[in-house]
Design a protein around this ligand. Structure first.
Ligand SMILES: C[S@@+](CC[C@H](N)C(=O)[O-])C[C@H]1O[C@@H](n2cnc3c(N)ncnc32)[C@H](O)[C@@H]1O
Length: 194
């Protein structure tokens, strides 16, 4: 399975975050081969066992319609089936920037965004999703370390770095407590304050 999260074993970060916070409605933008999707699903399953809490992950990708590195929905579905995780996850084909329209105000407890992230993506996501996140809800955004901002394609294609957007974003700094796991590729976690 391909994932930049694999090299520093981010799976347990996703799994334990979900198991601990028990977010009810989870949304993921950017699935690829399903590494983070499966990890979130395992967290949901463990949370159900521990607390009889019902959570579900709605995961969106463009799959073969994405011109660059992408995965196959059927293969991710197979992986979910094989691990007995299908009941906790629904996979969809949809442009990530349209998904917010499907969700009501304060209706999403956890949003994971991993769609070739850069600073412009973070700006757009906050604009679209701030109102959709519940109080105490969580945005997990791939990236946020200085190292991640300097990877080859970010520099080559002159992409806006993520870190300065985090440090200066008015909404993020007013309405969220946040921190970044720095191990590559890094993961920024924003929790919406009441
Ligand atoms: C970095 S990969 C996701 C990695 C995955 N979360 C993991 O755990 O390894 C990025 C994914 O985002 C998808 N993607 C990129 N832009 C998108 C968009 N506008 N809408 C939906 N999916 C998109 C690509 O098809 C690709 O599968």
């Amino acid at each position: 399975m391909r994932s930049s999260y694999i090299q520093n074993n981010y799976g347990p970060v996703f799994e334990n975050t979900v198991k601990t916070f028990l977010p009810q409605r989870c949304v993921e933008l950017g699935v690829l081969d399903g590494y983070s999707t499966l990890a979130i699903a395992r967290g949901i399953r463990n949370g159900v066992i521990l607390s009889s809490h019902r959570s579900h992950l709605y995961a969106y990708d463009l799959w073969e319609d994405y011109d660059y590195k992408h995965g196959k929905m059927e293969e991710v579905q197979d992986r979910l089936d094989t691990e007995g995780l299908s009941e906790f996850v629904s996979l969809y084909k949809m442009d990530a920037y349209e998904v917010y329209k499907l969700y009501g105000t304060e209706s999403v407890c956890m949003l994971h965004v991993d769609i070739s992230n850069d600073g412009d993506v973070l700006n757009k996501i906050v604009e679209q999703w701030h109102e959709k996140l519940s109080m105490g809800g969580m945005l997990l955004f791939e990236g946020g370390s200085a190292e991640r901002d300097e990877i080859e394609w970010m520099v080559k294609y002159n992409k806006k770095p993520i870190r300065p957007v985090i440090d200066t974003h008015e909404i993020l700094n007013k309405w969220y407590i946040y921190a970044t796991y720095n191990a590559f590729p890094s993961l920024s976690v924003f929790i919406r304050k009441g």
